[in-house]
Write a protein that binds this ligand. Structure first.
Ligand SMILES: Cc1cc2nc3c(=O)[nH]c(=O)nc-3n(C[C@H](O)[C@H](O)[C@H](O)COP(=O)(O)OP(=O)(O)OC[C@H]3O[C@@H](n4cnc5c(N)ncnc54)[C@H](O)[C@@H]3O)c2cc1C
Length: 307
């Protein structure tokens, strides 16, 4: 396997104590309009700031919502993965985009609304927003991309960095295999469906695998999740995952990693994993979820960003 050469990146040019201001140039829904799980695509103009041209795809931008928390302190910074490629949204270096889900939930009969995600989703074109960054130094494409194939596993807004990475790869004429495995509850929650369907049509080395957990059922009646793609789409994934020059990336809901690592272990794809401690038995099929979670950690061929 080739050495994985990660690019040098700039970090924290602007911090929460010293933020800069970006201007909103675009804000639209990127799920189906009928989805109750609203996710929006937001593009920010960094012109005239020191951040202009200093983000790499895979990194995150920090956003400071105005106002104070319940203790009277300014709201803490929230991070959002960039969904634009390194050369900028639409090839415009000064524009970066992100993909934000309104973080609203009902807990014990009380409806809570997320501070920063709703602030961002409500922004209008022309509004100014306080931002920080860049953030993140490992969740990146290697400099020597042509030495590898890529399998991206995303749940929900975890697709954001992969939008940037996949655009970057395919627009540069990348010839290796690229798979995006995307998981969400309903078909209306698929993010950027037109973009990824189009890319799949245009590039025979790009494969878009949708795992819809609450509509479809697997032959045994269980649900489709990102991790079940490792079995369900073995036709596509076995040769790619089995190749020793493939890298995998996971992004999205915390907890998604355990199922993926466990299913990789069950199929013997141990190159993506490192064992922490001694398993109770050699056979991964015998490990429960808790044991898999404690035991299976990412190797240097695996890139993980879960939140
Ligand atoms: C590296 C990284 C990258 C990320 N990338 C993205 C991205 O690309 N897109 C994205 O959408 N998010 C992303 N996130 C998550 C993001 O940073 C925020 O955590 C998310 O938007 C929620 O922030 P918020 O201010 O809206 O919610 P908060 O106000 O922080 O609240 C968090 C949650 O708790 C609920 N809540 C609030 N008060 C209570 C209460 N009293 N009791 C119970 N529940 C309550 C809210 O409804 C909300 O669901 C990323 C996080 C990290 C670390």
């Amino acid at each position: 396997m080739s050495e994985i050469i990660l690019p040098e990146v700039e970090l924290n040019i602007h911090t929460p104590k010293n933020p800069t201001e970006a201007v909103v140039v675009e804000n639209y829904v990127c799920t189906a309009e009928s989805s109750p799980n609203i996710v929006r695509h937001i593009t920010l103009d960094l012109t005239g700031t020191e951040l202009d041209g200093h983000f790499r795809t895979g990194q995150s931008i920090g956003v400071l919502a105005p106002g104070e928390d319940h203790r009277g302190k300014p709201h803490k910074v929230r991070l959002y993965s960039l969904s634009s490629p390194t050369k900028g949204e639409g090839g415009n270096q000064h524009l970066v985009s992100t993909t934000v889900k309104r973080a609203n939930e009902e807990v014990d009969g009380t409806f809570y609304t997320g501070v920063c995600s709703n602030y961002i989703c409500n922004l209008k074109v022309g509004d100014k927003v306080k931002v920080t960054g860049p953030s993140g130094k490992r969740f990146l494409l290697p400099e020597n991309v042509d030495d590898f194939n890529f399998v991206f596993f995303a749940t929900g807004t975890g697709i954001a960095p992969f939008r940037g990475m996949i655009l970057e790869l395919l627009e540069s004429g990348f010839k290796g295999q690229v798979v995006l495995v995307f998981g969400c509850p309903y078909r209306t929650d698929v993010l950027y469906p037109e973009l990824f369907d189009r890319l799949e049509e245009e590039h025979e080395n790009f494969h878009f695998v949708k795992m819809i957990s609450r509509e479809d059922r697997r032959p045994d009646g269980s649900k489709y999740y990102v991790q079940t793609a490792i079995e369900d789409r073995a036709d596509l994934l076995d040769p790619i995952l089995g190749s020793d020059n493939t890298l995998i990336y996971l992004c999205g809901m915390k907890g998604m990693e355990t199922g993926i690592y466990h299913n990789l272990a069950k199929k013997g794809f141990m190159g993506y994993l490192r064992l922490k401690g001694q398993p109770s038995t050699e056979d991964p099929n015998e490990w429960g979820w808790k044991e898999a979670k404690e035991l299976l950690k990412p190797s240097d061929r695996t890139f993980e960003e879960v939140y």
